[in-house]
Design a protein around this ligand. Structure first.
Ligand code: FMN
Length: 174
């Protein structure tokens, strides 16, 4: 039984590219990766560490909880699970140059949804090295998960993912 799962949406773009890099940092014998649409939600309790990855693509589509998108479907499907005892971590993609007032807002949604299922959230990340004016994805100078900007700082992506996944391994003991 694998212990770690990386779940991502959307497909075939920056998010999937980042998700595959995150996955590559873990032992393949212990780790699964799925886009959220292909994931069998009934297996979620098999995992000890659950990693979510997504991008912020505007308040109207992503943050509207009534919107019909893959993450919202997934969150509705997991709401009856009690994931206390499971570690949940997330990474969020955004563009700090084009959207400085909403940089990686989606991390705030991930945090709320992880709290609803009682997950133990790990992988908070310092906001140093990013330039933005506002975000729903952080508090007290720390993002709720790893913030990635593949549009403007892609040269830092590999290093950020390496450090962050090391942090997850240390915090989860996996
Ligand atoms: C329509 C649209 C809206 C976006 N809105 C935001 C935003 O509010 N905040 C942010 O940080 N990034 C925003 N972005 C940037 C994306 O999150 C970023 O480009 C990401 O890497 C896209 O990932 P993908 O290629 O997997 O779709 C937006 C991008 C698009 C196309």
């Amino acid at each position: 039984m694998k212990k770690i799962v990386v779940l991502f949406w959307g497909k075939a773009g920056n998010v999937e590219r980042a998700a595959r890099k995150v996955y590559a940092m873990f032992n393949a014998d212990e780790t699964d990766i799925f886009d959220v649409d292909s994931f069998d939600v009934s297996t979620i309790e098999n995992y000890k560490l659950i990693i979510w990855g997504g991008s912020t693509i505007g308040a109207e589509s992503w943050l509207d909880t009534k919107a019909n998108n893959e993450w919202n479907r997934f969150f509705r499907n997991i709401e009856h699970f009690d994931l206390s005892g499971k570690y949940i971590a997330f990474f969020g993609l955004g563009d700090q140059v084009l959207y400085p007032e909403h940089f990686v807002d989606g991390l705030g949604v991930f945090k709320e949804e992880a709290e609803k299922v009682n997950g133990k959230i790990i992988g908070q990340w310092p906001a140093d090295g990013y330039k933005f004016s506002d975000s729903d994805g952080l508090a007290d100078g720390r993002f709720f998960g790893l913030a990635l900007d593949l549009d403007n700082q892609d040269e830092l992506t590999g290093e950020r993912i390496k450090k962050w996944t090391d942090q997850l391994k240390a915090a989860s003991g996996l």
